[in-house]
Each structure stands twice: as C-alpha cells, then as structure tokens.
Write a protein that binds this ligand. Structure first.
Ligand code: S3P
Length: 445
C-alpha cells in the first residue's frame, strides 16, 4: 500500500511595514462552495460545469477523492467539468483517500460514503490527523456505519457503510456546518428521510446546493428557532452549472490589511455576501471601519459584492458568541485588526476555534503576545487590548494557513517586521495570497 507522507520543507517569510496599500483584487473562489460543487457533481447525473472553482490544495484533495469514487473530473479552459456517477452509484476506491490538511473535504466525504456497503480509508497530514472526527462519525454510526479508527476517532481511519443503512434524525450538538453537511450527504443514499436539526444556523451552502441539484429537501424552523432540514434519500440529482463566488474568508485578509495599513484605499471584488458568512464585515463596521459594499448583485444564487476599504482608526468592540458561526474562520485576522484598535475587543463563544487546523485560540494568543500585543485567552474567549503594535515576533503557524496569513497582515502595519515560520500551508486555501497582497503594495522577504 502507498505510504502517505506529508513532510514538507518549511518556507519562512517576513512581512515588512508598508504604507498605502492600493488597488483592486479578485479573491479566488469560495472553499466551502468549491468542495460541495465537486461532491454534488459526483453524485449527480450528467456533466456539472464549475466556473471559479478554488484551485487550492484542500479542494484538489476533494477532487482526487471524488475521482477515486468514480467521477471523471477535468479542467477545460477556465471551467472544471465533473462527469457524475449518479446518486447511489459511487465505486469502492482502490486507494486510501488522502485529504491532506482538509477538514471539510474529509468530513463531508465520510458522510457521502456512509450509505455505501464498502470500505473507504481516510488519511491526512499531521494537522488533520489530530482533529476530532467523532463529531461526524458518531451520528454516522447510527446509520449502521462501521468505523475502524485510531484512538480518539482520528485519522487514519476506515469506514464501511451498512448494507441497509438507516435514516437518522440528528440534532447537531455543536455549531458545525461540516457535521450538518456530512449527515445530509449520507442521507442521499439512504432510503427514507434523513433529518438534521440545527439549533444554531451555520453556513447553508449544502442545503442550498442540494436543492439546486434537485434533491428532495425541505427546511422548517420550529418555535425555538431551530432549523429542521429533511432530505428524502435515493432520489436523482441533476448536473448543474455552478459559479463559485469569491471566498469571504480569503477576502478578510486584504480587507483587514486595507484598514490597518495607513493611507490605504483598496477594493476586493466578487465577494460572497451570504449572511451566514459576513460576520467579519459586520464586526469591522461596528469597529468603525471605513468599509462599503458596492455593486451588490446576485451570482450563482448568492449575494455578492465588491468591498471597498480605506484605512482608519478602529475601536474595540464586544463580539457576541451568537456571531461566531458566521465568522468562525475569521477570528485570527479579527484579532490582528483588534490589535490596532483603540480599546479592548472581546471575542466570545470561541470554543470551536480549538479544533480547527490547530488550536486557533491558543495559537492566535501566543502569536499576538510574541508581537507585543496584550491579550487574555480564556477557555472560550479572547480579549485583545489594542494600541501600537510592536511586531518583531517569530510566528509559529502549526500547519495553519489562516494563522500564517493573519500574521503576515499584522507585519504590514506593525512597527517592526513580523516573521512567519512557514507559509507553505497557505496553498491549502489561497495560493495567490502573496502575489495579490504584493500587487496591493505589501512587502515580503
Ligand atoms: C466549513 C465549516 C466550518 C469552517 C470550515 C469550512 C464548511 O467548520 O471552519 O473552514 O465548509 O462546512 P465547522 O463545521 O467545523 O465549524
């Protein structure tokens, strides 16, 4: 059997203080929608054509997995073409599925194969192999799926769906779009109705896109505000033309850079503005950001727009716990923005940050401190006391792309350069980051 080594040579990078970022950039496609367009294309009948797919390592790992399950996926010009197998027709993969650093791709695929009576092995890098998979495996076990996993339900692991899988009703105990999505995808090939109850709304791309591909799906909100998403299994899905909007999580780095680097004026175009994803923009506006959304329009069934930012003095705010799901990947870069703000920023409800590509709550706090920023890390909160940011620190990224990018942004506006130990992981979500930031005036060496 092939061995899966994720050793890589770290590439350090230093970001130097600059003045006046300017220009206009187009961020690459949304990662969440990119994974889902490949997955749904694989189980649809016909050819799905995807424009604007994010060509980052995480998404390419999902493309590799979908090929191993039988889909034909090729790039043709600026479109990605997925020849689907049809719902219920996935093939047993001959090799382990290697998801690299990708939590979303691996967890969604565990769900996708839960209705199939064959074994599928999942492997990944050191970061992914330390992340909890029980949150998707436990509900999937209720369908009858067998799991052969290392201690703590971590990768590497093998799943085997039941010959007659049982449809489940599952109330998601943590605010996680990945858990919701894994169960709904499992329901696609399970006879009967699979229901996910979501007390706290998370990004809704899976349910919107399932409906777009023709799945039989209904959503009801109960008197407590919980969403009940019911999917009828074993119906046909139809191939679609998908246009992937720009990723708001990637846009966040340029937006914060434009706010904290003095004399900046820049525009980030084509950004997804789905309300389950705009928590960072809402928070920055509360902090007094000079930020306007221009050209609001519709693309691929989603609101998108261009974000125009000019640098300004931010002020500290309290970011309520309820907002966390709509900006869960943006806290590291928000913490950087808060470092430059007047006063304290309190970020609450951050328990999920501990199980991201690294323990993002602890790693953000340690790297703020390494750059002279006063902060307090609680069990599920972070308080940042803003002001002048000395910088000059050595940032440890722990295989986390968003930590790397956030602290490179800090270096653009700190008093001294900020050095990051390894930027190779940026390719998992945003390989154009360095070039695009450079085009706006950033200086890296
Ligand atoms: C994602 C959901 C979030 C997010 C991740 C992408 C998705 O994870 O952090 O980057 O595409 O469903 P959780 O579901 O674990 O919150």
């Amino acid at each position: 059997m092939a061995t899966h080594s994720h050793d890589h040579t770290p590439r350090p990078l230093t970001s130097k203080p600059v003045s006046g970022l300017s220009g206009s950039i187009l961020v690459p496609g949304d990662k969440s929608i990119s994974h889902r367009s490949l997955i749904l294309g694989t189980v649809a009948d016909g050819q799905t054509r995807i424009t604007g797919l994010l060509e980052a390592d995480d998404v390419m790992a999902t493309a590799g997995a979908m090929r191993a399950l039988g889909a034909t996926i090729v790039k043709n010009g600026d479109q990605w073409l997925v020849d689907g197998m049809g719902n219920g027709s996935l093939l047993e993969p001959e090799q382990p599925l290697d998801f690299g650093n990708a939590g979303t791709g691996s967890r969604l695929t565990m769900g996708l194969v839960a209705g199939y009576d064959f074994p599928v092995k999942f492997v990944g890098d050191a970061s992914l192999s330390s992340r909890p998979m029980g949150r998707v495996l436990n509900p999937l076990r209720e369908t009858g799926m067998q799991v052969d996993a290392a201690q703590g339900d971590c990768l590497p692991l093998t799943v085997h769906g039941a010959p007659l899988a049982i449809p489940i009703t599952y109330r998601v105990p943590v605010a996680s779009a990945q858990v919701k999505s894994a169960i709904l995808l499992a329901g696609l090939n399970i006879a009967g109705t699979t229901t996910v109850i979501e007390p706290v709304m998370t990004r809704d791309h899976t349910e919107k896109m399932l409906a777009g591909f023709g799945a039989d799906l209904s959503i009801n909100v109960d008197s407590q505000g919980a969403r009940h998403i019911a999917l009828k299994g074993q119906t046909d899905l139809q191939a679609q033309d998908v246009t992937v909007p720009g990723d708001p999580s990637s846009a966040g780095f340029a937006i914060v850079a434009g706010l904290i680097v003095p004399h900046s004026d820049l525009t980030v175009r084509n950004v997804l503005l789905n309300p389950t994803r705009t928590g960072l923009i809402d928070t920055l506006i509360e902090m007094g950001a000079d930020l306007t959304v221009e050209n609001r329009r519709q693309s691929g069934g989603e609101d998108i727009g261009d974000i125009h930012v000019r640098s300004c003095q931010l002020k500290g705010v309290k970011v309520p716990a309820e907002r966390a799901p709509s900006m869960i990947d943006e806290y590291p870069v928000l913490a950087v923005a808060a470092s430059f703000a007047h006063g304290e920023t309190h970020m609450l409800g951050l328990e999920e940050l501990r199980v991201k590509e690294c323990d993002r709550l602890a790693v953000t706090a340690r790297n703020l401190e390494a750059n002279g920023v006063d902060c307090t890390e609680g069990k599920d909160y972070l308080v940042v006391r803003g002001g002048a940011v000395p910088g000059g620190g050595q940032v440890e990224t722990h295989l986390d792309h968003r930590i790397a990018m956030s602290f490179l942004v800090m270096g653009m506006a700190a008093q001294n350069p900020v050095s990051v130990d390894d930027v190779t992981m940026i390719a998992t979500s945003f390989r154009e980051f360095e070039d695009l930031m450079h085009s706006l005036g950033a200086r890296f060496s």
